[in-house]
Ligand binder design. Sequence first.
Ligand SMILES: NC(=O)c1ccc[n+]([C@@H]2O[C@H](COP(=O)([O-])OP(=O)(O)OC[C@H]3O[C@@H](n4cnc5c(N)ncnc54)[C@H](O)[C@@H]3O)[C@@H](O)[C@H]2O)c1
Length: 251
Amino acid sequence: MRRFEGKRVIVTGGGKGIGKATVARFAAEGASVVLTGRDRGAAELAAREIADETGAAVYPFVADVSVKADDQATIQFALDKMQGIDVLVNNAGIYYEEPFEEISEEHWDQIMDIDLKGTFLMCQAVLPHFKEKKAGIIVNMSSTNGLAGEIGYAHYNAAKGGVVLLTKTLAIEFGPDNIRVNCVCPGYILTESTEAMDSDEFVADYIQNKIPLRRTGESEEVASVIAFLASDDASFVHGESILIDGGQLAD
Ligand SMILES: NC(=O)c1ccc[n+]([C@@H]2O[C@H](COP(=O)([O-])OP(=O)(O)OC[C@H]3O[C@@H](n4cnc5c(N)ncnc54)[C@H](O)[C@@H]3O)[C@@H](O)[C@H]2O)c1
């Protein structure tokens, strides 16, 4: 399947994890991709690997989504390199697990700035281009934590819940401009970051008690849903938040 031949995509936080798998998926289906991240080495390495594997044009760009000037520079870089933007994937995000009473103002602000404000700023930065061409697709990254509370993640839950409602609001406001906006809500996906955070015992217990499919998810299983939402297969899907959680929130 090559649904994105000739399409131009931006993926924030594309140097590793779910973002990298998403870049790989779009590239494999024919898109050109700008991949952003704060870590130059990781962004350049991921872009080179994916370009070698797929033959697609993959452009790394160092940018912090929480900084407005970086977001505007990302859009300008994408326009210069690809002469247009068809799809924006707001993937970049961080998470900490800590009891509510121990959450520092610094951690609260970091999560809000990257996970929620970064999404807002990137959407605002791309909108003039999408409105001008009367077309555009945005896929935001929320989480099961954006739809249900989880102890230890008050700041993350608040930010990801915000992403769900930001998505719905943009869908209502910019649907008339033919700008389609949706978000994905992954459950437990094994990435370098989750592996570093959780012990094997914690993961085994989590799977047994919380995930009906009795396994964690893979980054590629999120990437495929993001690609679906960005494709014409989802042409009437708008303002939606899709769970990718092995059934975790089904009960
Ligand atoms: N892994 C999971 O279980 C899971 C579940 C639900 C949602 N998510 C969400 O998916 C997204 C990716 O998660 P992941 O597990 O792949 O994480 P990860 O840590 O493996 O990757 C995150 C990427 O975002 C980049 N990033 C972080 N802060 C940034 C910033 N300020 N500006 C630009 N880039 C930045 C990092 O450099 C990295 O490339 C996050 O938004 C996360 O909240 C993850």
